[in-house]
Write a protein that binds this ligand. Structure first.
Ligand code: NAP
Length: 317
């Protein structure tokens, strides 16, 4: 409790932008749920590249103080005015509104009820926390944006990473032929996920495929986006998660390809689709590391190497 009786919590907090060392476990007032919001006791919270990017430089958020974290899995403690979907005690997982809703790297967080779905009973909080942002990104890219269909050919860049390894599983479930890029030691992992073909981006040219792709999920942007245009058939779709290079739009227009840059959105129907698939095992997060909240800085440093296989998760309770 603070001196005026407000409950407190521990949060991975920063008062300046910078390296992982700016992250400090800090006592802060526990948030209260506003209208339409739920207060969640965080059990586990996924870590995404956007966390270390926002920690280091100003992107979409106001300057520090900041508590980052968009992924959450936990237990509803309190509901705000008008919430009918959840009750205290419910186990939920979700992605807080991106970008302004961050704050899950803490013991408690609030967010709109409709950013969450019920956590499947057979899925652990660590597994559930690894899914929301990365799986929603894959879902919104492949299903909502590209309308990926059975029999189509899709190329997924960085297929062993957080977004990529979930995108491979979703694309296979839709009946697509999936090619993933990764360094050679990760090709067995891609095949276990269901990938039909693997490209070692360090030694092979992904544009040299015998047949063009219908869809490319580009997690890298820049020149990878432009080069991906040439791997697509006319009428194909390039979905990039980072901006392309200066020449990407012109290359796409010339090739008759749709080039879209996508930003993930909180999305209850997407979360329900993810929950259904996690419940029956069609979608599984590969968690390659967990870190207690107090070691959040170490988690950031590891994530920032860009070599993560699957996901890293911060454990809170
Ligand atoms: N726009 C949006 O809404 C949105 C949403 C989610 C993510 N993103 C962005 O998308 C990117 C990927 O996110 P993520 O969570 O999947 O990242 P991640 O988990 O950190 O990705 C790590 C993986 O990237 C692979 N990789 C690195 N360089 C590569 C290259 N040149 N070609 C192929 N694979 C490569 C690594 O494999 P190796 O070890 O084999 O190199 C590693 O397995 C990030 O920049 C993130 O910020 C954007």
């Amino acid at each position: 409790m603070t001196s005026n009786g407000t409950p407190v919590m521990l949060a991975l907090h920063q008062t300046a932008l910078g390296g992982p060392e700016v992250l400090r476990p800090t006592e802060l007032p526990r948030p209260e749920p506003g209208p339409g919001e739920i207060l969640v006791a965080v059990h586990a919270a996924g870590l995404n590249p956007t966390d270390f990017k926002h920690r280091a430089v100003r992107v979409f958020l106001p300057p520090p103080p900041l508590t980052l974290g968009w992924d959450v899995s936990g237990t509803v403690v309190e509901t705000g005015f008008g919430v009918t979907l959840f009750r205290p005690g419910d186990e939920v997982f979700g992605m807080l509104p991106y970008p302004h809703g961050a704050g899950s790297h803490a013991e408690y967080v609030t967010g709109p009820a409709r950013a969450f779905a019920a956590k499947p009973a057979g899925v652990s909080h660590v597994q559930a926390a690894a899914l929301p942002l990365a799986a929603l990104t894959a879902w919104q890219a492949l299903v909502d944006t590209a309308d990926l269909r059975a029999g189509q050919r899709v190329l997924i860049h960085a297929a062993a990473g957080g977004v990529g390894h979930l995108a491979v599983q979703l694309a296979k479930e839709r009946g697509a032929h999936v090619t993933g890029t990764a360094s050679a030691p990760k090709h067995d992992f891609l095949r276990e996920l269901g990938a039909d073909a693997c490209v070692d981006y360090r030694s092979e040219d992904f544009t040299a495929a015998a047949e063009p792709y219908d869809v490319v999920l580009d997690t890298l942007g820049g020149q990878t986006a432009t080069r991906s245009v040439s791997a697509l058939r006319p009428g194909g779709v390039l979905v990039s998660l980072l901006p392309g290079a200066e020449d990407t739009a012109a290359a796409a227009e010339k090739a008759g390809v749709r080039a879209a840059v996508m930003l993930v959105e909180h999305d209850q129907s997407g979360m329900r689709a993810i929950a259904e698939r996690a419940a029956d095992g069609r979608l599984r997060a590969h968690v390659s590391g967990t870190f207690p909240l107090a070691e959040g800085a170490t988690a950031h440093a590891q994530a920032e190497t860009g070599r993560t296989t699957g996901k890293l998760v911060i454990t809170v309770r």
